[in-house]
Design a protein around this ligand. Structure first.
Ligand code: SF4
Length: 464
């Protein structure tokens, strides 16, 4: 039985409310365990009772095993999900995106590509979207060549690496230079599994099991690794990029995840790997192929790839992949929001406008970006609406005159001192609050446009 409510978890906790875990009560800690924002190791008291600790650890373990790869800041967690559909709870660890390099690349090109992958970042709703892993592919020339390539990659980048070869000698050569960075081994098959399992045991690294289109053989491999005590396993059922075989690939992903979550088949309840990179096997023309690869990435991000191997690093491919992932892995239980407060946009003076919006992150950053790109120096107040957009928040009374006043009071923003106009601009969608706000704050209230991209034009007509 898996525990999924704070009350169930609370029964296993010491119930002494000592606060050493950083929470005021054991019940609060139980809630944090359920939403996975704390780990059971954070309760030092529970750690002293090993039996109870292990019992709770097992009861809290996700349905799909969670595996870590890499070390330090860029370490990644793979798998760890509990549900088939995001709306049933949330998906936890975003699909790990691994981009390839290969051991016959010229050094200059290799370093340039590794840097592009490692340094890619795109600002989106308050944080940066990044790529996660570098997959070093052996072209089969020699173990020495592969080793030297892995060495260069790990010198240039701190991203986790995946060592890709079906030859255990080549994998071992790669491990010799980066085992301490906890790489992922790709891959064990029915032909090489004995040697690869020895490497996984010797170097304590996660390993991908590969069986193209054959789930029974994949399961047999997983059971064999399990019997050897290897549990950091990722399953690759093969990714066909087109036609009827693409359909069967898609079905295999669903079968694997259903077996792990719905049917509690623990022997295959492991993260799944997709390889949209196989798009390049159909056609080598970069433009259509990179679009096909990005489309395959989207398909398997939805169902149910926990990690994927990709090739194209053109912006159109990367942007669609990171945005898609962000959408899939946003926690539906918690609206994205920014801290409420009064923020400066550009260099506001006493004559600059004071504009209000909600603290729903998507709204806030859209307004902020429209103001910045329109070069409008101003103050932007983000009102705490619990992360709800303006229109719904007005209807639900999360965006009220009192809430707006509270935002300025808490920020210590005095209109008489900070402005020469004693005026505030309400979003058009909150026009009905105009009278209330004038009464509550004793200032002039103007009604701005409904859409923030109309603010520059509105300013020209309405702000002297
Ligand atoms: S450290 Fe443990 S015992 Fe203390 S409050 Fe937290 S959960 Fe309760």
């Amino acid at each position: 039985m898996k525990l999924n409510s704070p009350l169930q978890v609370y029964k296993y906790l010491p119930k002494i409310n000592c606060g050493k875990c950083g929470e005021k009560t054991c019940m609060a800690f139980a809630s944090r365990l359920v939403d996975r924002s704390k780990k059971i190791e954070d309760c030092q008291i529970l750690l002293q009772d090993k039996e109870k600790f292990l019992q709770l650890a097992e009861l809290l373990a996700p349905e799909i095993r969670e595996i870590t790869a890499g070390v330090g800041d860029r370490k990644v967690r793979i798998g760890g999900d509990d549900v088939l559909h995001r709306h049933q709870l949330t998906f936890f660890n975003p699909t790990v995106l691994a981009y390839d390099v290969w051991d016959t690349m010229e050094e200059v090109a290799l370093i340039e590509r590794v840097k592009k992958i490692s340094e890619f970042k795109k600002f989106y709703v308050g944080h940066y979207l990044k790529l996660d892993m570098i997959a070093v592919r052996s072209t089969g020339e020699s173990a020495a060549k592969f080793k030297s390539c892995v060495e260069k990659v790990t010198e240039v980048s701190t991203l986790p690496v995946m060592l890709c070869s079906f030859d255990p000698t080549v994998l071992k050569a790669g491990l010799e230079v980066c085992a301490d960075k906890k790489p992922v081994l790709y891959a064990a098959t029915k032909d090489n599994w004995e040697q690869v399992s020895k490497l996984a045991l010797e170097y304590h690294v996660p390993v991908v099991l590969f069986s193209e289109g054959d789930l029974d053989s994949l399961k047999t491999l997983a059971v064999s690794f399990n019997r050897l005590g290897i549990n950091d396993i990722i399953l690759d059922p093969g990714t066909y990029p087109e036609g009827a075989q693409l359909k069967s690939t898609f079905e295999n992903f669903i079968k694997l995840r259903r077996a792990g979550i719905k049917e509690s088949q623990k022997e295959i309840a492991y993260p799944i790997m997709a390889a949209p990179i196989t798009a390049w096997m159909i056609d080598n023309d970069p433009t259509p192929t990179s679009y096909l690869e990005a489309a395959l990435a989207s398909i398997f991000m939805i169902k149910y790839a926990d990690i994927m191997l990709l090739h194209s690093i053109e912006p159109h491919a990367l942007l669609s992949e990171v945005y898609m992932r962000e959408t899939m892995y946003t926690d539906p239980r918690t609206p994205l929001k920014v801290d409420s407060g009064v923020y400066k946009i550009g260099n506001p003076t006493k004559d600059s406008p004071v504009i209000t919006t909600s603290n729903f992150a998507l709204t806030y950053y859209t307004v902020e970006s429209d103001l910045s790109s329109g070069r409008i120096d101003c103050y932007l107040a983000s009102v705490n609406t619990d992360g709800i957009g303006v229109e719904a928040a007005v209807a639900g009374r999360q965006f009220t005159a009192a809430k707006i006043k509270e935002t300025f009071d808490e920020a210590g923003f005095d209109f008489k001192e900070k402005t020469s106009h004693n005026t505030i601009i309400l979003p058009g969608l909150a026009a009905r609050l105009q009278g209330d706000l004038e009464d509550v704050m004793g200032i002039k209230v103007l009604i701005g446009p409904v859409d923030s991209n109309q603010i520059p034009g509105w300013m020209d007509k309405n702000w002297l």
